[in-house]
Design a protein around this ligand. Sequence first.
Ligand SMILES: Nc1ncnc2c1ncn2[C@@H]1O[C@H](COP(=O)(O)OP(=O)(O)OP(=O)(O)O)[C@@H](O)[C@H]1O
Length: 263
Amino acid sequence: MTTNSTSTADPAVSVENVSVSYRTTFEKVPTFRSAVRRLGRGQRVVHLVEALREVSFEVNHGTSIGIIGANGAGKSTLMRAIAGILPPSEGRIEVHGRVSTLLALGVGFNRKLSGRENVVLGGLAAGMTREELNERYEEIADFAELGEFIDMPMQTYSSGMSARLAFSVAVHLNPDILLIDEALSTGDAKFKQKAARKMREVAENAGTMFLVSHAMRSVKRLCNEALWLHKGQLMMQGDPTEVIAAYTKFLEVGEDAFSLEDM
Ligand SMILES: Nc1ncnc2c1ncn2[C@@H]1O[C@H](COP(=O)(O)OP(=O)(O)OP(=O)(O)O)[C@@H](O)[C@H]1O
């Protein structure tokens, strides 16, 4: 269950015993040859992945929290659940404030429409008024630096260009809570620097930011808290230097030899 209301006394986000499972059914085809023999009819198999397992934590307003962990640890799943895109299978998520996210990149945009039209639609969908949009539009377009592409259909954009526009929309919506997956903010080197500056500005303006990142340097630079997930479980939450040290040690010594007590 995901609830959304506003009150400054509450934490910005509270996650209580949240589990998320993905259920996928697919046809298991043992070999290519047998697939041909059976004319493509394989055995139907149900695959259940527990992407998050009983995760609980709170994040206060004004915190910039880095979400770290190996591939498949559940980081994006957690972001989708907080954004309300994916309902938890169990547990409860409370979000206090307006969430803006880059996660729905590609999902939120209609690629047949121009960048300009998508900015307007995205802004309206996020609850901005026409007046606010008129005021903010030039800023969003300038930040994305798309030149005349802004009036062309988004299907003509490179993935980096779409990412720049998505990032620009997300940070200019004046969110209370900004969710960013660094892997998705794939602009070129120059845009990355600019995006990092903007994220720092959001963080400094006491906004709440979740940053999913594989770059420990970004987490150290931009976050005042970190949370480490491993195979869907919360391993540690706290000071970024300490959490990164524990995660790095875990990567060095391997899962079996690692103990949080030694940290
Ligand atoms: N739509 C989906 N359907 C089925 N399984 C999924 C789906 N999305 C993610 N998973 C599975 O859930 C688990 C967690 O995935 P998730 O994308 O949240 O991890 P992540 O920590 O963000 O990984 P990465 O660092 O590789 O981006 C993985 O085992 C993944 O295979």
